[in-house]
Write a protein that binds this ligand. Structure first.
Ligand code: ADP
Length: 195
């Protein structure tokens, strides 16, 4: 830390804020290839939790890159910086007592380790959305695979940039063969110990 910085601590704690809201705060980090279903599952889950009166907020890759991280590219260093910033923002949300769903490709194990380090491993459930490159490329929701294959986008995960499958994910969801509803329910049950 810089020697001229003196971080302070509010007298109101995370526990105070959680008690006010009547909920525990933690992060659900959805990751996987582009088109694996991160945004879809994140927003379905967010709606379900919101209707249960849980204060929840989704942080989604494209939205963050449109604002907070608009200065960053897709080089490895900038991807790491993007995720570091997001993890720090998630940490603030948790401190505010708000449940967070983060949906980011998060292609590298070292970055996943960094996220756990920033948040504390007890504060985050990492969920790998497993879907083959073939199926993601066929879905091609944003026509990005087509552009990457024509070299119109560089450093595109799965095509010109590596995705490292996780070694020890908390949860793996098969978004290739399961329905959206079943996938959302599986994440929900795992995170809230239900069913
Ligand atoms: P990502 O955010 O990972 O890039 P999106 O959520 O934008 O992916 O797109 C995933 C696409 O796959 C959507 O069109 C969605 O309807 C479709 N899809 C099909 N089956 C599933 C599933 N089981 N889970 C999530 N998305 C699915």
């Amino acid at each position: 830390m810089h020697t001229s910085l003196f971080p302070t601590q509010s007298p109101i704690t995370r526990a105070d804020r959680q008690a006010l809201l009547g909920q525990g705060a933690f992060a659900i980090w959805l990751y996987g290839l582009s088109g694996s279903g991160k945004t879809t599952i994140a927003y379905h889950l967010e709606q379900q939790l919101f209707h249960e009166k849980i204060l929840v907020y989704c942080l989604d890759g494209d939205n963050i890159r449109n604002g907070l991280c608009r200065d960053l590219s897709f080089t490895q260093a900038d991807r790491t910086e993007n995720l570091r910033r997001v993890a720090e923002v998630v940490k603030l949300f948790l401190d505010a007592g708000i449940l967070c769903i983060a949906s980011f490709i998060t292609p590298k194990e070292s970055d996943r380790a960094m996220i756990k380090e920033i948040l504390g491993s007890g504060n985050v459930i990492d969920v790998y959305l497993q879907c083959s490159l073939n199926t993601c490329a066929q879905r091609d929701v944003k026509q990005l695979y087509k552009m990457a294959q024509n070299n119109r986008i560089l450093n595109f995960t799965g095509v010109s940039s590596l995705f490292e499958p996780p070694e020890q994910p908390s949860l793996v969801i098969d978004t290739e063969h399961e329905s959206i509803e079943d996938c959302v329910n599986a994440v929900y049950r795992h995170c809230f110990h239900k069913g």
